[in-house]
Design a protein around this ligand. Structure first.
Ligand SMILES: [Zn+2]
Length: 237
């Protein structure tokens, strides 16, 4: 597949830069390493043959009643970053105020990234109508450094987790709650992912449970144990 070919080429470029000492290439590789290190614990770029979520859209489409939209290019997103070996799902909120007329205001941001953090910023974004937008098959910058949570080890959260962003604004002054469709879609998507990863509902964690910087994602609409209970129910159905 072209994806593997690209990664192998990148690895060759990285080695050549070190060997030849080409200033331009070395600078490019160094910049990449620095930006990736922002939310990460350690950083060695261009690890080949790692896990990719190429199955993500197809797996979600198997879920009854779940709307799925694929962001153009999602299959190649996030492939440049280093290790990715997810065993769980981390749930977030975007902090963007979504409405019926503008159901996914954060979508471009999670695809493209921010000035301080390169995209992709999640793997799935669940919009106000409950549609699941597939953003990235490769590693995404959503978790940062993580403390161990349930059965998922601590360390670099971007290695261990598939990131689901619920696009809504629970914070003041908005005080939104997810719509019922949005909440249900987040549960179903989390269940589908851990099912495909071969793990279980205990591997679905809230960012609030892993954050080392006081994150409260995905807001207070439902406590994490209750969310996991709904995931377990979805898996048992
Ligand atoms: Zn978060």
């Amino acid at each position: 597949m072209s994806g593997r070919r690209v990664r192998r080429d990148e690895q060759v470029v990285g080695r050549r830069a070190l060997l030849v000492g080409s200033v331009g290439l070395t600078a490019a590789v160094a910049t990449l390493a620095v930006t990736d290190a922002l939310p990460s614990v350690d950083d060695v770029p261009f690890v080949p043959d790692r896990t990719e979520l190429d199955w993500l859209a197809a797996r979600l489409r198997q879920v009854d009643g779940l709307g799925v939209a694929e962001v153009e290019g999602w299959q190649d997103a996030g492939r440049r970053w280093r290790d990715f070996a997810p065993v769980g799902v981390l749930v977030h909120h975007t902090g963007f105020r979504a409405t019926a007329g503008d159901p996914h205001p954060a979508l471009r941001t999670v695809v493209d990234g921010r000035s301080d953090l390169p995209g992709p910023l999640c793997h799935l974004l669940v919009d106000r109508a409950g549609t699941c937008h597939v953003v990235s098959a490769g590693r995404a910058n959503h978790a940062g450094e993580a403390v161990a949570s349930g059965p998922v080890p601590g360390g670099d959260g971007n290695v261990h987790y598939v990131g689901i962003e619920i696009d809504y604004a629970p914070q003041s002054p908005y005080g939104q709650a997810p719509t019922p469709e949005q909440r249900r879609a987040a549960v179903l998507a989390a269940a589908a992912v851990v099912d495909r990863l071969g793990t279980d509902a205990d591997h679905v964690r809230y960012h609030a449970e892993t954050s080392t910087s006081g994150k409260w994602d995905p807001g207070n609409f439902l406590d994490a144990d209750s969310f996991r209970a709904e995931v377990a129910q979805a898996l048992g159905a």
